[in-house]
Write a protein that binds this ligand. Structure first.
Ligand code: ZN
Length: 148
């Protein structure tokens, strides 16, 4: 039992119990829903895009602690960032779990500073069935901003 594992578990539970940016924006410019039927997780994202940056974002959903805390952490991480920064962040985050949408494409490794609380999810890679839970909000967001 490493103390880092315990710290990470605490960060995940904190986000699960007191999620950041939860709810739905009244006037979103973009929105979308993602589900992970394997676990019963669902996440709905509403966001406001202004000048190619995420000005505001909220998530609404239900499911396991991993999917909901990952959603909460993601909203913190992407707020104020540009579409291209978010796409890169999403790729880096997914690569932590060995997931690459395009195996040919080089992916910048996640840097801890950018990652923030998301670093706490790295341990999920030891539990392959939970990886889908961790990346659900990212896949949902990347799908929403795909054509942007
Ligand atoms: Zn789940």
């Amino acid at each position: 039992m490493g103390s880092l594992d315990e710290l990470y578990r605490e960060i995940i539970l904190d986000h699960f119990k007191s999620p950041h940016n939860m709810g739905r924006l009244p006037n979103p410019t973009l929105q979308g829903e993602g589900t992970n039927p394997l676990c019963g997780d669902s996440v709905t994202l509403t966001l406001r895009l202004e000048e190619n940056k995420i000005k505001d974002i909220r998530f609404d959903g239900h499911g396991c602690a991993i999917s909901q805390s990952s959603s909460s952490m993601m909203t913190d991480a992407v707020l104020g960032k540009s579409i291209s920064e978010i796409k890169n962040l999403g790729k880096s985050f997914k690569s932590v779990f060995g997931i690459k949408d395009n195996p040919e494409e080089p992916v910048k490794p996640m840097n801890v500073e950018e990652m923030g609380d998301l670093a706490a999810l790295e341990g999920v890679k030891k539990f392959p069935v939970r990886i889908k839970c961790a990346i659900l909000p990212w896949n949902t967001l990347l799908e929403i901003i795909k054509g942007k």
